[in-house]
Design a protein around this ligand. Structure first.
Ligand code: 5MM
Length: 342
């Protein structure tokens, strides 16, 4: 018998654990590998991800891993499917299922995420390959006259249609409406981020309601409320935590079991500090955890550098970041712990 959606969703946001976003598409993983001068070949991508999934830290701090299509079909060096390594570590394998954010016709500088055509059939195949959750990322950018209502509405509608198809297939949807903190003209302040994030989330949950989504069988992956990276403005950890929570309290129904944040270009320690502060300061109705890509992998990627002899050092770097974020998911991280453990 298939596992219930709410049981999978609860496993994905289990106490003190979070999600590893390892679903970089071909272009993004190439950029990451370029930064360490490693060729982005299928074997190198496999070796890198095998290093992460075999890390002993997986079983303690990682509840789920988001994969790119190629990775879900790859085997480790000894022939074990990579998704099998994840399941053996007690984590849920998931799949990035959208086909990317594409220019929104008639709306310069805005995108709508595509991938609905043929999605029912693709979900059935991914379920057979072992995926038990999926992820779809909508990108909302802030700028002069942006976002427009058309982009907020089109992205929210697509997210809800995707979520309905996932639940029909027995797959938990991660719903990711990312209000970007970076980009060429991210000069907005934290209050503009708050305003747009609330608008995007209200619209997403209105569409989700209309589409009849079971709220207890989904996970939300939002941005934190932060100033734009090019604004020259900063915000304290407390301000980010307070404004992010106030945004979520105003928009996310309590029946959603968990919220797993993206890191969005924040520094590793910054992303950890923000998550920990939220969990320490508030007792929200949902679990608050991480679904970080860059903020979980950056140190490990650098330590690995494409060399087999660096695997132990890379796994140690990954274990450190995963443990710090596991503590943050409990509100128990501190800068002192960060330095003691390093
Ligand atoms: C790992 O990056 C994911 C895939 O991005 P592309 O489709 O652009 O290759 C991305 O969706 C990621 O899951 C989220 O943005 C969270 O990652 P960060 O690095 O922001 O925590």
């Amino acid at each position: 018998m298939s596992e219930h959606l709410e049981d999978i969703a609860n496993r994905m946001v289990a106490e003190g654990r979070g999600i590893l976003a390892a679903d970089e598409s071909s272009g993004t993983i190439k950029k990451r590998f370029d930064s360490i001068n490693v060729e982005s070949s299928a074997d190198n991508r496999r070796d890198y991800r095998e290093m992460l999934f075999r890390s002993p830290a997986m079983k303690d701090y990682v509840s789920g891993v988001i994969l790119f299509d190629e990775t879900l079909r790859q085997n480790a060096d000894d022939g074990t499917p990579l998704a099998g390594l994840i399941a053996d570590a007690g984590a849920v394998p998931g799949i990035k299922i959208d086909t990317g954010a594409k220019p929104l016709a008639g709306f310069d500088g805005e995108t709508v995420t595509e991938g609905l055509d043929g999605l029912r059939e693709r979900l059935a195949e991914y379920h057979d390959l072992g995926a038990r959750f999926a992820k779809w990322r909508a990108v909302i950018s802030i700028g002069e006259g942006r976002p427009t209502w058309n982009s907020v509405k089109a992205n929210a509608h697509a997210l809800a249609r995707y979520a309905a198809l996932c639940q029909e297939a027995g797959i938990v949807p991660i719903v990711e409406p990312e209000v970007q903190m970076d980009g060429p003209d991210a000069v907005h302040d934290i209050d503009r981020c708050l305003e747009v994030s609330q608008w995007a989330l209200k619209t997403v949950f209105a569409e989700i309601y209309d589409a009849g989504i079971a709220l207890d069988g989904m996970v939300l992956k939002p941005n934190m409320v932060v100033p734009g990276q090019k604004s020259g403005k900063s915000a304290s950890v407390e301000e980010v935590a307070e404004k992010t929570i106030s945004c979520l309290m105003a928009t996310v129904p309590a029946a959603v079991p968990g919220i797993a944040f993206l890191s969005g270009g924040q520094g590793d320690e910054e992303a950890t500090a923000h998550l920990s502060a939220m969990n320490a300061m508030f007792d929200p109705p949902w679990k608050l955890t991480f679904s970080y890509g860059r903020a979980l992998q950056a140190a490990a990627l650098k330590a690995w550098g494409g060399k087999a002899e660096n695997v132990p050092a890379a796994q140690a770097a990954f274990a450190h970041r995963a443990r710090m974020n596991g503590l943050a998911a409990l509100g128990k991280w501190s800068p002192d712990l960060e330095r003691e453990a390093a």
